[in-house]
Design a protein around this ligand. Structure first.
Ligand code: COA
Ligand code: MG
Length: 275
């Protein structure tokens, strides 16, 4: 099942790692990239080598440094040494980056962050490769705004500017086109719980099935936002039951509303997510 919450933790902080492992995150991303200073990259790798995973619990991912970075190769040496489920690749610019990484890593699952450079926005349809170990795609606004020379990712009203909304939508459609999990980006203001909830619920309504987190306090809000409510499950069960009762019907009335095939697909998805 797709992780709802993907919690980042700087891999050079044993204290934060202990907290992350204690959280209810569905996936933990041990970060070797932006949250770890160059002088600490080697220490962070050693910390990861020393961790032992329990058989149950969250998936363990590592975010390596990007292709072309000075640290990328040494990060790859962790594969087969540290207990990791998959790799998060930042600053990906297209499917070719994923294919190249897959060749180097023996096809372990990859989660690509796909909107962090200017060029990346033009590559979002290139991730469709049925042989690829790509499992998820997420988007990032912080690096993109730095790359574009923006002074802020927000417009004057405090909403995300058009460019970042575009990046977000392209990530969603690109991930669905590639048949992988669409994951919404981080909400950096970790003290604003209501803001996080609103953003996560909006992402879920649009089709994202999970969200990146940067603080343990964000995990329960995200898990809740991506878990269908009892009400939604009941409604979905009604739709599925109605079509089961009349398998040859194309369109039906459920609760006084028209439902046809797209509604059935949505209902089946809700039931799948609720399991
Ligand atoms: N994972 C695990 N534990 C975390 C955590 C995280 N992502 N973020 C904070 N904590 C811990 C703190 O260490 C602190 O522990 P303590 O009570 O034992 O001191 C506790 O949770 C409360 O943290 P708080 O004081 O609210 O925040 P902070 O000022 O210590 O940290 C950040 C704020 C942003 C530096 C921190 O949340 C962080 O490092 N986030 C991850 C950043 C990251 O990985 N970025 C890369 C992806 S964009
Ligand atoms: Mg970054």
């Amino acid at each position: 099942m797709h992780p709802r919450s993907w919690l980042f933790v700087p891999a050079d902080s044993e204290k934060k790692i202990a907290k992350a492992l204690d959280s209810d995150a569905d996936a933990i991303i041990f970060d070797l990239e932006d949250s770890v200073a160059p002088a600490n990259k080697a220490i962070a790798r050693d910390v990861l080598k020393g961790l032992t995973k329990r058989s149950e619990g969250p998936q363990w991912w590592i975010r390596i440094n990007p292709v072309g970075s000075h640290f990328h190769k040494d990060d790859l040496h962790l594969i087969g040494v540290a207990e990791i489920y998959g790799i998060v690749l930042p600053k990906a610019e297209g499917g070719a980056d994923v294919t190249q990484l897959a060749h180097r890593t023996g096809n372990i699952p990859i989660h690509a962050i796909v909107t962090e450079t200017a060029a990346s926005l033009f590559g979002l349809l290139s991730y469709r490769d049925p042989k690829s170990p790509l499992a998820a795609m997420s988007w990032g606004a912080e690096d993109l705004s730095a790359a574009l020379g923006a002074s802020s990712k927000y417009d004057a009203t405090g909403e995300l500017s058009f460019t970042y909304k575009l990046a977000r939508s392209l990530c969603l459609a690109g991930a669905v086109a590639a048949g992988v999990q669409p994951v919404d980006g981080v909400f950096a203001d970790f003290k604003d719980e209501a803001g996080l909830r609103a953003e996560a619920e909006a992402a879920r309504r649009e089709g994202f099935t999970g969200k990146l987190a940067i603080h343990p306090a964000q995990v329960s809000v995200i898990n809740a936002a991506f878990t269908p409510s009892d009400e939604e499950v009941r409604h979905a069960e009604e739709i599925v039951a109605a079509f089961e009762a009349q398998p040859n019907a194309g369109v039906l009335s459920v609760g006084g509303k028209m439902v046809d095939r797209p509604h059935l697909v949505q209902a089946q998805r809700v039931l799948e997510r609720s399991r």
